[in-house]
Design a protein around this ligand. Sequence first.
Ligand code: EPZ
Length: 430
Amino acid sequence: MELVRVTGGASLSGSVRVRGAKNSVLKLMAATLLAEGRSTISNVPDIVDVRIMNELLRRLGCSVTHDREQGVVAIDVPRSPGVRADYELVRAMRASICVLGPLTARCGSAEVALPGGDAIGSRGLDLHQSGLEMLGATVRLSHGYFVASAPDGLTGADIRLDFPSVGATENLVMAATLASGTTVIDNVAREPEIVNICEMLVAMGARIDGIGTSRLTVEGAASLHPVDHEVVGDRIVAGSWAFAATMTGGDVRIDGVNPSHLDVVIEKLELAGATVETAEASLRVRGPKRPVGIRVSTLPYPGFPTDLQPFVIALNSIAEGSGMLTENLFEARWRFVRELARLGAKVRVDGHHALISGVTKLSGAPVEASDIRAGAALVIAGLVAEGVTEVSGVDHIDRGYEHLVEQLLNLGATVERVEVPDPVDVVLHE
Ligand code: EPZ
């Protein structure tokens, strides 16, 4: 098995480039299914989730080429794509659910495996289903698959989301672009990734009003055409680096992101004692000698992103005084706390709240990543721990962070990726 082995003590310095957002590129790739022909997506990060989406699209009959160096994916979508998204791929990446809307709208049917919950929560999909049903599709669960059907096409409708779900907003706005008539979707998600997707749909010929607001009005089109589109910079990866600079007392310039997508994050880091300078597509973060505890509540955008929650807990674990984190999106996003406690962190979880009492020093230990963000935050915590921290479950990190170890080395960290015999495997084969 692979481990990331971190030796604590370095304060990060230098610059790091962030490429496109995982939580946008996967949906942009799914949106290409809405039009026959060749679309290209640029500023694509070299992460495992993109490779899984490449495979998913190939199984739907698309030809996909991915230049990982240049960060470009070219997708040739056939006249009649397949409509079945297999369980084994959806199990590996729940974002696969975002082909449900485009396939139902373009092909009149879709069969997408139900992704199920994961390490951070139950993750319902009822808003996806009820929204598609309001657009005139029938959606039923059969043998573990969402089976959607709209043989006569979709029809525009007024939809109000109970919660500004990112995934439901994306599936429904994509589906509405090919529905006949007007669709109004109220209480939609407003993340920069949603804006990025809507801009691509408009470039494909869709008519969408209210982009970036909580109400989207979509005029259905008879057909859309392929495009070339660029992925918006990854604010979550950039935020991860900003926390790393703050926690290590470092000085890091982060290129390739729009700082305004991180306003609330920058505000909190400044409260923790960091100095943050911003420019058009970059930010420079200088960390204090020791951060101060901060209080954060995760919320849909423009609130504080839940995906940076583990970094808030890690920062507060070594901060002066105490800090508090309230998780409002994912009820089970606490597995990280158990692992951080192995490094000596003092965290008490009570329902949606975590109270963190800062300690002067964490101490290195073997820990396990349970999801993408928890994994990266454990590596960063290892940078401020005494001795060596070994992080397993590296495959989670690779799903959302490209070349994390190489970039950390460039910033002066002592870190390596190593292969070690899997102790369970050894026992099993004795
Ligand atoms: C997206 O997940 C991101 N994933 C998540 O990032 C991110 O944490 C989340 O948005 C919130 O910002 C991708 O874009 C691939 P939601 P998504 O639908 O679309 C409930 C990462 O680390 N809900 O906004 O699944 C749901 O259970 C990942 O990059 C319903 O109840 O998020 C959750 O509590 C982790 N019914 C809340 O809404 C529904 O039909 C937010 O979910 C849909 C959602």
